[in-house]
Design a protein around this ligand. Structure first.
Ligand code: BG6
Length: 296
C-alpha cells in the first residue's frame, strides 16, 4: 500500500515491467501498463479526484448496486446516487497472490473487499442490506482481469446491478471502431431512449454516444484503432455492455473531465449486468467480470 488516508493505493508490478495501480477509494484501477510497462491502457482525467472527494473520472470505476440514475421510486436503490456507492466507498485491501502458469508466465492478483459494515452511514441508510463484495484484479503480461463476487450476507433477498466502467485510452477517436456487437439490441440514451438494433459490426464514434447493449451473445467486444485490433474486452457471466463517449459539449460540462478535448483520447466500453436486476437470496453468490487484453 502506497500513500495514506483517502489516497492510499496498491501497486503491483510483474518482473517484465507491467503494472497496475488500484486506489482503495472505490477499488478504482487508475493505471494499467502493459508492453513491459511502456503502454498505459487506461484513460484518467487530469482533473480526476484521487483524494476520495468524488468518484474517479477515468480508470475502472466499479458501479454497484445500481447503474445510472436509480429508479425514481419504489425500488430499494431509489435513494442512492447515480451508479451507486461502490465507486465512492473505501475498500479494504485483502491481499496479494502471485502465480506462474505452465508456460512460465507470471501474474499477480490483488483482492479488495467491501462489506455493508464498511459503508458510510449515508450509504448504509440508503441501502440497508447485508452484502459482501470481493473484487479481484489480476495483472498478467498482456491482460488485466477484473472480477466481482457479490454475496448476500443477510436474511433478506436483494436485487442489484453491476458494471465495470472502463475508460480505455486511445490515440484518436476518429480512427476507432468498437466491433463485435452486430445484431445486438441497444437503448440509445442520447437519441431517444428507445430500442435499436446494431446493424453494422463496426461502431464509429462521431458524436456523443451513450448506448446500453443488452443480452449480448458474443463474448468479445473489440476496440480497433487505425484498422488494427487495440483491445479485446471479454465478458464473463455479464450480458450487457455500455458504449460511452461524452464528445465536445458533455466533456466540457463535466468539471472533472480534463483536458476538455480529451474525449478524443478515450472511449468507455463498460461490461455489466444492467438490464433488469440480478437477484440474490440469503447466502447466494453472483460472480462476473471481464478480461481486457492489450493487443499492441
Ligand atoms: C455511463 C452512462 O455509464 O456513465 C452515462 O451510460 C453517464 O449516461 C456516464 O453519463 C458517466 O457517469 P458519471 O456519473 O461518472 O458522470
Amino acid at each position: 500500500i502506497v500513500g495514506s488516508g483517502a489516497s492510499s493505493k496498491v501497486i503491483a508490478t510483474l518482473p517484465s515491467g507491467e503494472s497496475v495501480e488500484v486506489l482503495l477509494f472505490g477499488a478504482t484501477v487508475t493505471s494499467w501498463k502493459s508492453n513491459g510497462g511502456k503502454t498505459e491502457n487506461l484513460w484518467l482525467s487530469e482533473k480526476a479526484a484521487l483524494d476520495g472527494s468524488k468518484a474517479v473520472r477515468g480508470g475502472v470505476p466499479v458501479v454497484f448496486p445500481v447503474f445510472g440514475p436509480p429508479p425514481k421510486s419504489d425500488h430499494p436503490t431509489s435513494s442512492l446516487p447515480q451508479h451507486g456507492f461502490a465507486r465512492t466507498s473505501r475498500w479494504e485491501f485483502l491481499g496479494k497472490s502471485s502465480a506462474e502458469d505452465a508456460l512460465g508466465s507470471d501474474s499477480v492478483k490483488l483482492d479488495f473487499g467491501l462489506y455493508s459494515s464498511g459503508l458510510t452511514d449515508e450509504a448504509r441508510k440508503a441501502w440497508p442490506l447485508d452484502f459482501g463484495l470481493v473484487y479481484s484484479v489480476t495483472l498478467s503480461k498482456d491482460s488485466l482481469q477484473t472480477v466481482i463476487n457479490v454475496r448476500n450476507e443477510g436474511e433478506q433477498s436483494f436485487e442489484f446491478q453491476f458494471l465495470l466502467h472502463t475508460y480505455f485510452k486511445i490515440q484518436d477517436i476518429s480512427k476507432v471502431a468498437v466491433n463485435g456487437l452486430l445484431g445486438v439490441t441497444y437503448i440509445d440514451k442520447v437519441l431517444d431512449a428507445t430500442e435499436h438494433k446494431q446493424s453494422d459490426n463496426s461502431i464509429k464514434i462521431t458524436g456523443e454516444v451513450d448506448r446500453v447493449y443488452a443480452s449480448i451473445p458474443q463474448d468479445t467486444t473489440s476496440i480497433v484503432e487505425d484498422g488494427k485490433p487495440r483491445f479485446d474486452v471479454v465478458r464473463d457471466n455479464l450480458q450487457d455492455t455500455v458504449v460511452w463517449n461524452p464528445w465536445i459539449e458533455k466533456a466540457k460540462s463535466m468539471g472533472d473531465f480534463s483536458p476538455d478535448d480529451d474525449y478524443k483520447h478515450m472511449v468507455c466500453v463498460e461490461v455489466g449486468a444492467v438490464q433488469g436486476w440480478q437477484k440474490l437470496d440469503k447466502g447466494e453468490v453472483f460472480e462476473g467480470g471481464q478480461t481486457i487484453k492489450s493487443l499492441l
